[in-house]
Design a binder for this molecule. Structure first.
Ligand SMILES: *Cc1c(COP(=O)(O)O)cnc(C)c1O
Length: 395
């Protein structure tokens, strides 16, 4: 029996058009049809470019990768289904059993977990060190050390890694320096300009910027290493969804404006918070009282980030009163959204640590991290003033 169109199911009916769409088309197709076996040979042997099966790559992922490549001064980067996918592609795609890797001691929670649990289980030894202290990192180096993984600005205490110092050390010892540039973004720093070998991103955060898509990105300066990460990510199924890539691209179109705006509001909010009774301490990398101010200024060239951390006078009761009063600011464990979000490390990102371990890293019950969004700065200041006042009244 013929189907009601009277044709085969998929006749490839793309309408002709002499003009092209302004918006990148969404290509959800899992498979791509070739004309002949010879044409497929040409594709597989690299004489022509073409897609085959979307786990191996698809146009929407390539569009996002190209944009990030341009931002980071890189080539051929790999887009993964999440930021952790990118971290995993670098660690498991490049390291071997018997290798040793040094991680920054204030890495993203899941990256730390990978260091502590998963890599050792697979025979890859790990150590943690302070990425702001090159001597501390040097002291952890072993003959089998293959990689150092750091973030430029740490969460939530916004300490700054000595990237130039680490790059010199790693170059000298033949160790790969991998930099997770999620917080700082290429708008503030391009790690390849400072000697990094690998750059990683969670696109989920500021780059996509609307908390509606999870994606990551991994690229190495050496194309052979990027290729290893690509093959690993394809084999392990990290390929992103075309729709997520499409959404991310849309977010990235306004990234520069969003970054500049949220960053300048973050500076203003930090100053505002520092003047409020009930705030014990404000942390922002370019503030005069920040321990890494000089390093931050040198590395970020006057830029900062959209994150401000601050400590309330008072403990959990004050923290509860603060979030209750800060209506309209999402108390939610993410960052980089168009709206301002609050995180409370003691009850979320750093809850696995003991209170003593947190105290040693400067994280009390009163500590909040603010991811500054695109609100009007004066509205934001008013909301924070009110919430800090409510916290001061809490018992
Ligand atoms: C969020 C984050 C990640 C992980 O990214 P996902 O997209 O959530 O998997 C890695 N590194 C940093 C610094 C992050 O903030």
């Amino acid at each position: 029996m013929k189907n009601s169109e009277g044709s085969l199911i998929r006749p490839h009916p793309l309408p002709d058009s002499a003009s092209c769409p302004v918006v990148t088309p969404l290509s959800p197709s899992v498979v791509y049809a070739s004309e002949t076996p010879d044409a497929l040979d040409d594709q597989y042997e690299g004489r022509v470019h073409g897609y085959t099966y979307s786990r191996e790559g698809h146009p929407n992922a390539d569009v996002v990768a190209k944009r990030l490549d341009a931002m980071e001064g890189a080539q051929g980067g790999v887009v993964t289904g999440s930021g952790m996918g990118a971290v995993t592609a670098a660690l498991l795609g490049l390291l071997h059993s018997g290798d040793h890797v040094i991680g920054g001691n204030q890495l993203y929670g899941r990256s730390l977990r990978m260091m502590k649990e998963d890599l050792p289980r697979l025979g890859i030894a790990t150590s943690l060190a302070d990425p702001g202290d090159v001597d501390d990192v040097r002291a952890q180096i072993r003959p089998e050390t293959r990689m150092v993984l750091v973030e430029v600005v740490s969460n939530p205490t916004l300490r700054v890694a000595d990237l130039d110092g680490l790059a010199a050390l790693c170059r000298d010892r033949g160790i790969l320096l991998a930099v997770d540039n999620t917080f700082t973004t290429p708008r503030a720093i391009r790690p390849f300009d400072h000697g990094a070998d690998i750059v990683l991103h969670s696109i989920t955060k500021l780059l996509a910027g609307h908390s509606d898509v999870m994606l990551g990105y991994a690229v190495a300066r050496d194309p052979a290493l990027t290729e290893k990460m690509r093959v690993f990510s394809v084999t392990t199924g990290m390929t992103p969804s075309p729709f997520d890539c499409w959404l991310a691209e849309r977010g990235m179109l306004s990234f520069d404006l969003r970054f500049d705006r949220s960053q300048s509001t973050a500076v203003a909010l930090a100053d505002h918070l520092a003047g409020l009774t009930g705030v014990k301490r404000v942390i922002y990398p370019t503030r005069a009282d920040h321990p890494d101010r000089e390093l931050a200024t040198r590395l970020l060239g006057g830029q900062g980030c959209n994150m401000v951390s601050f400590e309330l006078d008072g403990g959990r009761a004050a923290a509860n009163a603060f979030t209750r009063a800060a209506q309209g600011l999402s108390f939610a464990p993410t960052l980089g959204d168009v709206g301002t979000t609050l995180s409370h490390p003691a009850s979320s990102s750093h809850r696995a640590m003991t209170a003593d371990e947190r105290a040693a890293r400067g994280m009390s019950e009163g500590l909040f991290r603010v991811s500054v969004g695109l609100e009007d700065p004066s509205t934001l200041k008013a909301v924070f003033s009110e919430a800090v006042e409510a916290a001061s009244r809490a018992e």
